[in-house]
Design a protein around this ligand. Structure first.
Ligand code: SF4
Length: 483
């Protein structure tokens, strides 16, 4: 049996699909939803009675009960080994109206491939289609104490002023052809070809299987050039190192300049004047280093939340006081801990001095501004804190410093790896999404397991905060050594 996700994977890379067939990956959603969306949608539509499909339903089940219901929730359909399901279907005379779901507030792109395959399967099974709707979340909705499904959802039958049905029907996707190709695909017969997914978010898990004899790229490989639309072309033309870049094919940003100069200088580039001015901003003690963790909620579970809002559940703070001593504080809350988070922050954070965070404007500062709207009684204090933030990512993303060992990766973790012996690999929680999933697990954990998760969360977030200190110290060392 095949699912739409199999076809999508196959279209991305045939080998990727082939290798993933035997993997048993458990899907973990990025967005949290404590509420049952199907129940909320039933309230939205005023559904009292309906057919409810379940996982692995045989395709015939829908047809055996077609006359008994007006509404059908997640009916499953099977045609030629292709299995699809529709979130909501409504009988409308001889026709069926379809309701697809968009898990967000603003529809940027339609998942037309999924809708078109679903439509093809339904039509092949003889189901006549009426109108097609897309349900999304209302970005203006605010939880006023309880969730009101009538205001939470929006249901539309058009996109960019065109009818959804006409957009979906204008291309007929021959899924049966894809199924045949998937069935016939044999990785032994087809040599692997490099595609954008090989190195899209780091190296593909199957890279070594596909390209076992490939020489490891140098740290200053041309492929590490950031924001370059021509780096693959340069690589194919035989350019291997940043220092040999074809300047005619260069966009010419400051970050790219820093990368190329680092490659030409033996591995490191520093814009002394700009870095020194930037470091001057942080000369006054106490100096704080802080990192937040948060979870993003699809449905606004708590009062004053909108769809897709976050709950900050943790912070770790290090600060160097006026006497040069380093202090460490952490906070981990559970459930709706937004107020406790704010109060702990106001209690622990030094009342003055710069506060360093990584990507501060799009992360910590934004979170504090959101919290200042929810808790106006703390607005003034939180705004003053926001004004003290200094973004440690700036020297790197603005091209003031580049070390070829970064390999085009500007994450805090990469920098910590370069400038210290600390490693996230030694931790039970090793990245931000793992921290979020672990925090979600606390809700169903017994006391002992819950305490262990909190301990792991503190270790992880504290390394992020301490990592800020390590990178800051490294920048000072680089300045001193290069004078
Ligand atoms: S390494 Fe590239 S070719 Fe191989 S499976 Fe991954 S994406 Fe496909």
């Amino acid at each position: 049996m095949y699912h739409i996700s199999d076809i999508k994977k196959f279209l991305r890379c045939q080998r990727l699909y082939y290798f993933s067939k035997d993997e048993n990956n458990v899907f973990k959603p990025y967005l949290r939803s404590d509420e049952n969306i199907v129940d909320l949608l039933k309230e939205y539509f005023g559904i009292k009675e309906c057919y409810e499909g379940v996982r692995n339903d045989p395709g015939e089940r829908f047809f055996s009960q077609i006359d008994q219901y007006e509404w059908f929730v997640h009916p499953r359909f099977v045609e030629d080994e292709m299995r699809v399901n529709v979130p909501f279907m409504h009988k409308n005379g001889d026709l069926f109206d379809l309701y697809f779901m968009y898990y967000g507030t603003y529809v940027k792109d339609l998942d037309t491939l999924s809708y078109r395959i679903t439509l093809r399967v339904l039509k092949d099974l003889g189901i006549k289609i009426g109108e097609i709707y897309l349900i999304r979340l209302n970005g203006d909705y605010v939880n006023e104490g309880t969730i009101d499904p009538k205001k939470l959802f929006l249901c539309e039958n058009s996109f960019n002023r065109r009818s959804l049905k006409s957009i979906i029907e204008e291309v007929d996707v021959d899924f049966k052809r894809y199924l045949k190709e998937m069935e016939a695909f044999d990785p032994q017969k087809e040599a692997p070809r490099k595609c954008r997914y090989c190195k899209l978010n780091g190296l593909c898990d199957h890279y070594d299987k596909c390209f076992p004899n490939e020489e490891k790229d140098a740290d200053d490989s041309i492929l590490t050039l950031v924001s370059s639309q021509y780096k693959n072309r340069m690589y194919e033309e035989g350019i291997r190192h940043l220092k040999d870049v074809n300047t005619d094919l260069l966009e010419g940003s400051r970050t790219q300049y820093a990368q190329i100069m680092a490659s030409r200088n033996g591995g490191l580039f520093i814009d002394h004047y700009s870095l020194s001015s930037w470091l001057d901003k942080i000369s006054k003690r106490p100096i704080s280093f802080i990192d937040f963790e948060w979870d993003r909620y699809l449905i606004p579970s708590y009062e004053k939340m909108r769809p897709m809002d976050v709950v900050c559940f943790e912070f770790a703070l290090y600060y160097i006081d006026e006497n040069g001593h380093m202090e460490h504080r952490t906070f981990v809350g559970t459930g709706d801990c937004r107020r406790e988070f704010v109060e702990a922050l106001l209690e622990y954070l030094p009342k003055e001095g710069p506060i360093l965070a990584y990507n501060a404007q799009g992360a910590e500062c934004l979170r504090l501004i959101e919290l200042s709207v929810i808790y106006p009684e703390y607005k003034e204090e939180l705004e003053k804190i926001v004004d003290r933030f200094v973004d440690l990512a700036v020297p790197f993303i603005d091209g003031l410093v580049y070390d070829v060992r970064m390999q085009g990766n500007y994450s805090l973790k990469k920098l910590v790896d370069i400038c210290s012996d600390y490693s996230y690999k030694d931790l039970d929680i090793y990245d931000g999404m793992e921290a979020v999933y672990s925090w979600r697990d606390i809700a169903n954990a017994d006391e002992e397991k819950g305490e262990k998760i909190v301990e792991n969360l503190k270790e992880y977030c504290s390394l992020d905060a301490y990592g800020l200190f390590l990178v800051y110290r490294w920048l000072i060392q680089l300045m001193l050594e290069s004078k």
